[in-house]
Design a protein around this ligand. Structure first.
Ligand code: SDX
Length: 441
């Protein structure tokens, strides 16, 4: 849900301009509803009722297509213009000039760090990358072919059992420690999920390495004494982490906020976010895109595939977005990175041709379907030797600071309450129970 743009409000003379006057035609009564930040409070609809007894009006909004759930200063998106800013800084500038840990600091603290703040932040995260040895045996218990996202979701949740003090969510120092731990340990858990799936021994963190180089070491180090990361890969992956770091109230952030609203510890809340991200309509789309491109197989098969999409047989994965009705600015950056990384790549050529055809086809144009962050990211990940089932793990590592920044905002927001929506009841009422002995006679 993007920030709702302010629009002119035509209100009657005696009411303030920042209000909505609604007339309930069932009763002939009129009501003035205040407009703030281009929204009305759903609670204000509660006064509109048929009689003294009946419930007041509520809103019905499956998937929260037009519902603001919170106030947030973390990320700004303008879906029509394809604008994305973290704490006011355009994503293009952060991707070009910053690094992932600095962006993580910015998202959580709200300002760019001084040198002392940055050095302390990097030091803290570097020295929290290890996990309890029990996590190793816990992860060795998964099936040999367990999906890394399932392992990541379970192991993040399991961390809540190693740090019971994390339940003290009202203590600022404790919150800081847990957030540092989670940012630091996510790559360790992600890499060990990968190594387990590959049947390879776990590699411990190497605190001499930078955050992203250490992640690559835990993924790919074999018998060599010291892992030597390709600096181009480190830089490219660091940029991809930045691009995935936050995205306002997306489905997984909504999950983190909803679970966090019960005042549970942050590990349990983030584990819920990992679960939501796993879905193919959300973070799981990057894996689905690569499988889709492989299935299409050649440019000549694209027209038939597009026809299948238009007939509703399947979706064009990596296309469309709830907020962006223009090109996803992250996709623009990743697509350029693809051009830099690849001389020739048959899947990239299929992706480019697919994009070209889709952007000229009325079905996609009418629905404002453009490539999103997931359309090209999988191609880059594959070029870096990641298997498709690891793509969403990479997304989760990048998104962790954003989830935590949003969780922190939730915990400190006096307006927030436990998430408990209403429903429209469609079932039976007041049935008389018939005991089994009579039902089955
Ligand atoms: C991410 O929210 C975020 O910010 C998410 C994210 C983040 O950083 O956190 O940006 C990351 O999740 C990106 C999205 C990755 N998912 C995919 O690429 C999966 C494919 N995309 C779609 O499933 C879809 O576009 C969504 C889920 C992304 C958005 O769905 P909406 O907003 O609920 O839109 P919709 O399903 O109501 O679609 C509107 C119309 C429908 O057609 P009609 O019923 O009007 O005829 O557009 C069609 C849809 O069928 N449509 C598609 C399509 N996406 C929408 N048709 C074909 N292919 C698609 N990809």
């Amino acid at each position: 849900m993007t920030d709702v743009p302010a629009t002119d409000v035509q209100a009657t003379a005696e009411t303030s301009t920042d209000s909505l006057t609604v007339r309930d035609n069932r009763t002939g009564q009129s009501y003035d509803l205040a407009i703030t930040d281009n929204t009305i409070k759903a609670a204000d609809l509660g006064q509109i009722r048929l009689g003294d007894e009946g419930p007041g009006l509520a809103t019905y909004d499956p998937g929260f297509v037009n519902t603001a759930s919170c106030r947030s200063a973390v990320t700004y998106i303008d879906g029509e213009k394809g604008i994305l800013e973290y704490r006011g800084y355009p994503i293009e500038q952060l991707a070009e000039k910053s690094n992932f840990l600095e962006v993580a600091y910015l998202l959580i603290h709200g300002t760019l760090p001084s040198k002392a703040e940055y050095d302390s932040w990097v030091h803290e995260i570097t020295y929290h990358t290890f996990v309890h040895e029990n996590v190793k045996s816990f992860m060795e218990g998964f099936r040999y072919d367990a999906h890394p996202m399932g392992m990541l979701m379970a192991s993040v949740g399991a961390l809540s059992t190693f740090y019971p003090d994390a339940r003290n969510i009202h203590d600022a120092e404790n919150r800081h420690l847990q957030m540092v731990r989670m940012i630091a340990k996510m790559p360790t858990l992600g890499a060990w999920s990968f190594r387990h799936a590959q049947g390879k021994p776990f590699v411990y963190p190497d605190n001499d390495l930078s955050y992203t180089a250490n992640f690559l070491s835990m993924l790919f180090k074999m018998s060599e004494q010291k892992f030597e990361a390709d600096e181009r890969l480190v830089k490219a992956l660091d940029v991809l982490f930045i691009l995935h770091a936050d995205h306002e109230q997306n489905a997984s952030t909504n999950a983190v906020r909803s679970v966090g609203s019960t005042q549970v510890d942050p590990y349990s809340a983030v584990a819920a976010g990992v679960g939501a991200l796993f879905g193919p309509l959300h973070g799981g789309a990057n894996e689905a895109v690569l499988r889709m491109l492989r299935r299409i197989g050649s440019k000549s098969e694209i027209p038939a595939f597009i026809e299948g999409v238009k007939n509703g047989n399947e979706k064009l994965m990596g296309f469309g977005h709830r907020v962006y009705k223009n090109y996803d600015p992250r996709a623009t950056i990743i697509k350029k990175a693809c051009d830099d990384v690849f001389e020739v790549n048959p899947l990239l050529e299929i992706a480019q041709e697919l994009e070209k055809i889709a952007l000229e086809d009325e079905y996609f144009v009418k629905r404002k379907l453009y490539p999103n962050v997931d359309f090209y990211s999988g191609l880059i990940y594959e070029a870096f030797q990641f298997p498709p089932e690891m793509f969403t793990v990479l997304f989760a590592i990048g998104r962790t600071p954003g989830w935590l920044a949003q969780w922190l905002e939730l915990v400190q927001d006096k307006e927030q309450k436990i998430a408990r929506p209403k429903q429209i009841y469609t079932g039976d009422r007041t049935l008389d129970f018939v005991p089994a002995s009579e039902r089955w006679a």
